[in-house]
Write a protein that binds this ligand. Structure first.
Ligand SMILES: [Zn+2]
Length: 294
């Protein structure tokens, strides 16, 4: 009899735990942040693996399935996922997660953006006319986003609003406790060349000069003449080229060899289904790679 009661209690408990907010994050950094802020009260599905190019993700049936059941979508935003997320949301036929609704959250909309007032526009071929969307490598902006995300989760689950706010505060203090160490890793850096402006927030946060981008314009692959002009401009100077795995084209290797610089491929995102620790490790990995230019 006692065993029966115990079984019933366990069943009720597991039913209650299913009441966690069902969140779909576009990337693993957004998944990490949601998990950090939401704790046990969220269930997070990530759409993109960390090594994928989030500008041009392919919509799969499994994504539509996840979106159909979602109560909240957490995207990086500023049109980064423009090519595939709006059609995927539409395909999911889930009105709760439409843009501008309670179930749709963009990280980039919560913080000031770099290049937001620029002259870039899509007709020139620039893929980021609203400003640079790649906010996830700035831990300080991520802490600000964590607070905004806590408020959004609190609207969806008011009972646990104090938990969400406390979790955001503890993420912020964890970031703050790392800042001196990160600044030390970044000190006296001679500068970094990026393939795309996807790590620009990290460089700006830690005062590392961005020497140039290998792309002449965001989203436009380099021509031979652009590579040549970069060689002329930076020959004899110190630097390092940082890029992602999916940007590994011949132009980068050629440029690095002509300048005598290292070129290093890094992920823009922490491991999938990870937590704060993996995110901090990613920041460390970038700052360590950026120091290979002295
Ligand atoms: Zn981009």
């Amino acid at each position: 009899m006692n065993r029966l009661i115990l079984t019933v209690v366990i069943l009720m408990w597991s039913t209650l735990s299913v009441a966690a907010i069902n969140v779909v994050a576009t990337t693993s950094s957004m998944g990490m942040l949601t998990r950090t802020v939401g704790g046990e009260f969220v269930k997070v599905t990530e759409l993109a693996l960390p090594d994928r190019d989030i500008h041009t993700l392919q919509v799969r049936p499994s994504m539509l399935q996840a979106l159909r059941q979602a109560q909240l979508v957490v995207a990086i935003g500023a049109e980064l996922e423009q090519g595939w997320l709006p059609p995927a949301i539409e395909g999911s036929a889930n009105a709760k997660i439409l843009p501008n609704s309670l179930g749709y959250f963009e990280a980039a909309a919560q913080v000031p953006l770099i290049d937001a007032q620029g002259s870039a526009n899509r007709s020139d071929g620039d893929v980021h006319p609203l400003g640079n969307p790649h906010v996830q490598l700035d831990p300080v902006r991520m802490a600000e986003i964590a607070y905004a995300l806590a408020e959004r989760l609190a609207k969806l689950d008011v009972t646990h609003s104090a938990n969400f706010r406390a979790n955001a505060a503890s993420f912020k203090s964890a970031v703050n406790s790392q800042l001196a160490h990160w600044q030390q890793l970044a000190a006296n850096n001679k500068g970094v060349m990026l393939y795309h402006k996807d790590a620009k927030y990290l460089l700006a946060r830690f005062n590392i000069p961005l020497l140039a981008t290998v792309e002449p314009l965001a989203g436009i692959p380099p021509t031979a003449s652009h590579i040549l002009s970069l060689v002329r401009q930076f020959k004899g100077k110190k630097g390092v080229i940082l890029h992602t795995v999916y940007q590994g084209n011949a132009g980068i290797a050629q440029l690095a060899s002509q300048l005598g610089w290292q070129h290093i491929a890094l992920p823009l995102e922490p491991a999938n289904n990870s937590h704060q620790q993996a995110y901090f490790a990613l920041i460390e990995q970038w700052l360590t790679a950026a120091a290979n230019n002295k």
